[in-house]
Design a protein around this ligand. Structure first.
Ligand code: CMC
Length: 434
C-alpha cells in the first residue's frame, strides 16, 4: 500500500487560480506516481485517461516492467535468468509467495500442484455440452467459471485457506482443461494427467497421447513448453490482469475472476495475437508476398496491422521475445522444420520488418507472441490452441495479483468515472409525437 503517513513531495495543480496539492509516491523502481485519490472530493474534477496509458491502478510488489530498457522482473529477478535457470513451477512459487523456494518448499509446492491436476469426473460433462467445433478459449472461459459450481470449499474469499486451495486448484487444473478442450475439438478421448511427469511434460502428454500410443515427450520440447509457460507467467497490470482485479474488487469468487481474465485475454490485441499472427502468416502464404503486407501495415487508411509486432509497454524490445527466439531456433533445429513454408515466411517477415524504417522508427519489434506461435506451430499444436496455452501460463499471474489485491485492507470496488459527452437532461417524447 502507498504509505500516506510519510512526509511526501507534492505536485501543485492549479485550476481556475486555485491550487491543489497532490502527493507524489516514489516507487522502488519506475516513474513517480501522482496520487489523485482525493482530487474529486477536493477539486470536483476527474482525470481522463482512456486506455490507462498514464494511470497506475494499484500498488504491487509482484512484477516490474521498464518498457524503455526492455526489462521484466518478477519479484526483482530478471525474466531471462528465470527462463534460463529456473522453471515454471518455481516461478509460480516466486510469484505467489514473493521469494524463491528452498528445495523442501519447492518439493511440497510441486506435490500440491500435482495432486490437484485431475478434474472432478462430472466436469467431463461440461465439455460434451459444447459444439464439436467450439473454440478452446470458449471452453476454457466456460469450464474455468464452472469450477465455482464444483469446488464450493474454495470460493470463500475471506478465508485464507480457501484462497490458497483455489490458487493451487487453478494452476493445477488449467492444463487439464486446456488439453481436454483440444482433445474434444479433435474427437479424441480425454487423457488423464500423470503424476510422474513434470508440469510441461504432463501437458504435452495430455494433448498428444492417445490410447493406442503413448506420446514420448522429448526433453527439448518439454523445456521449450516450460519456457513458454514461464515467459507468459505474469506481466504486471495488462488488460486481462486488470480485468481479474476489477472482477475481484466486487468480491467475486476466484473461478469467476479467472474466467473474466481468460475472456479478456482472448482478444487479438492481447493473448489472441499468437493465433492472429499465425493466421496472418498463413494468409501471406509465401515470402514473395511479404512486401505487400508490410505496405498494408504502413498504410494509414488500412486497418491491417502486423500481428505479433509492437507492444503497449515495450518500446525498445520485449525481453521475453529474445528468450523465445532462442527457443524457437532450438525447436526448429530439433524438428527439422526449417523448410516449413509458414515458418520460412515468419523468418523472412521478421527480417524485412526489422530492416524497415516504419517499424524501426516506431520501435515495433516482434513480440513474445510472434515466436511462441512459431514454436507451437512447429510442435504440432493447432492455431486455436495458442491462446489457451497463454491462458494456462498466465493463470498464476492472475492468481498472484488477485491474492495481492485481496490482502489490501483498503480494497475498494473498481469504479472508473467518465467524460460524459452525451445529451444533457431532456424530456421524454411520446412515440406518436416523434
Ligand atoms: N503493425 C503496424 N503498425 C503498428 C503496429 C503493428 N503491429 N502496432 C502499432 N503500430 C503503429 C500504430 O499504427 C501507431 O502508428 P501512428 O503513431 O502512426 O498512429 C503506432 O504504431 C503506435 O501504435 P498504438 O496502437 O498507439 O500502440 P499501442 O501501445 O496502443 O498498441 C499493440 C500496442 C500491442 C496493441 C499494437 O502494437 C498491436 O496492435 N500489435 C499487434 C497485436 C499484437 O501483436 N499484440 C500482442 C501484444 S504482446 C502480448 C500481450 O502482452 O498480450
Amino acid at each position: 500500500m502507498a504509505d500516506d503517513t510519510r512526509p511526501q513531495r507534492t505536485a501543485t495543480l492549479t485550476i481556475d487560480g486555485q491550487n491543489f496539492e497532490l502527493p507524489i509516491h516514489s516507487p522502488t523502481a519506475g516513474p513517480d506516481v501522482l496520487d489523485i485519490r482525493k482530487l474529486y472530493a477536493q477539486a470536483g474534477v476527474f482525470t481522463y485517461d482512456p486506455g490507462f496509458t498514464s494511470t497506475a491502478s494499484c500498488d504491487s510488489t509482484i512484477t516490474f516492467i521498464d518498457g524503455d530498457k526492455g526489462e521484466l522482473l518478477h519479484r526483482g529477478y530478471p525474466i531471462d535468468q528465470l527462463a534460463g535457470r529456473s522453471h515454471y513451477l518455481e516461478v509460480c512459487y516466486l510469484l505467489l509467495y514473493g521469494e524463491l523456494p528452498s528445495s523442501d518448499q519447492l518439493e511440497d509446492f510441486e506435490n500440491r500442484v500435482t495432486m490437484h491436476t485431475m478434474l472432478h469426473e462430472q466436469m467431463r460433462n461440461f465439455f460434451s455440452g459444447f459444439r464439436r467445433d467450439a473454440h478452446p478459449m470458449a471452453i476454457m472461459v466456460g469450464v474455468a467459471g464452472a469450477m465455482a459450481a464444483f469446488y464450493h470449499d474454495s470460493t470463500d474469499i475471506s478465508d485464507p485457506w480457501q484462497r490458497e486451495v483455489a490458487s493451487i486448484r487453478l494452476i493445477a487444473k488449467m492444463p487439464t482443461i486446456a488439453a481436454w478442450a483440444y482433445k474434444y475439438s479433435v474427437g479424441q478421448p480425454f487423457v488423464y494427467p500423470r503424476n510422474d511427469l513434470t508440469y510441461a511434460e504432463n501437458f504435452l502428454h495430455m494433448c498428444f497421447s492417445v490410447p493406442a500410443a503413448e506420446y514420448h515427450v522429448d526433453p527439448i520440447l518439454a523445456r521449450a513448453m516450460d519456457r513458454i509457460f514461464t515467459l507468459h507467467a505474469d506481466h504486471e497490470q495488462n488488460a486481462s490482469t486488470s480485468t481479474v482485479r476489477l472482477a475481484s474488487s466486487s468480491g467475486a469468487n476466484p473461478f469467476a475472476c479467472i474466467a473474466a481474465g481468460i475472456a479478456c485475454l482472448w482478444g487479438p490485441a492481447h493473448g489472441g495475437a499468437n493465433q492472429a499472427c499465425l493466421e496472418m502468416l498463413r494468409e501471406i502464404g509465401t515470402p514473395d508476398r511479404i512486401p505487400e503486407y508490410i505496405a498494408r501495415a504502413k498504410d494509414k487508411d488500412d486497418p491491417f496491422r502486423l500481428m505479433g509486432f509492437g507492444h503497449r509497454v515495450y518500446k525498445n524490445f520485449d525481453p521475453r521475445a529474445k528468450v523465445m527466439k532462442e527457443s524457437a531456433d532450438e525447436v526448429l533445429d530439433l524438428l527439422g522444420v526449417e523448410n516449413n513454408p509458414l515458418l520460412k515466411t515468419a523468418k523472412e517477415l521478421e527480417k524485412q520488418a526489422l530492416e524497415d524504417d516504419y517499424f524501426v522508427s516506431k520501435k515495433l519489434f516482434p513480440n513474445v507472441d510472434f515466436y511462441s506461435g512459431i514454436i507451437l506451430e512447429a510442435m504440432g499444436f493447432p492455431t486455436a490452441m495458442f491462446t489457451p496455452i497463454f491462458a494456462l501460463s498466465r493463470t498464476v499471474g492472475w492468481i498472484s495479483q488477485w491474492k495481492e489485491q485481496l490482502s489490501d485492507p483498503q480494497l475498494k470496488i473498481g469504479r472508473p468515472r467518465q467524460l460524459y459527452l452525451g445529451e444533457t437532461e431532456r424530456d421524454y417524447v411520446d412515440i406518436e409525437s416523434r
